[in-house]
Design a protein. Sequence first.
Length: 347
Amino acid sequence: MKIAVDTGTISSRERFLEAIVQSAIDYAIISMDLDGLVTSWNEGAVKILGWKAEDMIGKPGTVFFTQEDRENGVPQKEMTAALNRGRGNDERWHLRADGTMFWASGEMMALRAPDDKIIGFIKILRDRTGEREREERERLLMHELAHRMKNTLSVVQAIVTQSLRNAVSLDDASDKLQLRIAAYAKAHEILLQKDWVSATLADVMAAAQMNIGLDGSSRIRADGPDIRLGPQAALSFAMVFHELLTNASKYGALSNEEGHVEISWDLEHRDGMETLIVCWRELNGPRIVNFEPDRKGFGSRLIVSSLQAFGEASVSYRQEGFVLLAVLPLAKLQLQNDLSAIENAPY
């Protein structure tokens, strides 16, 4: 890049070029002498970097490089590239006057006089932090999408394999598969409505009732505070509630005319942490003769293993009805956002 160095009267062209440089407020345009000291600092540099021009003139132009880059000689390498090749590309983190960092894209170029003599350098950069953050979010979203797809397929595969293995007939297998996969899909739908961030325990319970045709049933009494679950916990509870409702309808408290189900949850402070206590209790159903079944099917194993991924869970077959008790640290339910616990559950 060439500039005029005549110290005489400033020409109208020079004033025009200066006006252009000062108007380019989306770009930091900084000139330096051969020693790397700042000789000009446009309004864009003030806006992007934070230092005023009067504070920077005569100061080293390395001030906005990170400490690590200064120690590694990055500014000098850019100057060398500008001298040898005419320019040095710049894609890296830089510092503002307040100490914050931003991602910049720009170049270092040799500054030449009209006689082609190199008299310094010009540094041009632009704040690209927003673009970089968007690219990073997109990259993470694609990675998360691939991860979720893989784990979702693993869960479906486990459901299919175990449902077929434990079915008494093809019709039985078909019915179980359709209902279980529908329950899993309904949980995904709830999470998608919430941008895959969270779902409430009450929402998951209501969806499970609707999926099995028991929405609005007076025989199911659910009560508890508003508890938000992370994606993985919401999916786990969706499958658990589906199995519990299915079993209650076929064999438990919802299989006769008098029985009902009570689901309650609350928060307690245990071992220095907020803990969710969930209790599923079936009452007035058929009398349980065999208090501990010799063989537990996929549904029973799914109920316990899904919740044990987050804490403690146990079931008991009391004479008055089936009971599930889960003691789950709230932090695990809300912060675990991947599906690895479902994928690795011992179905």
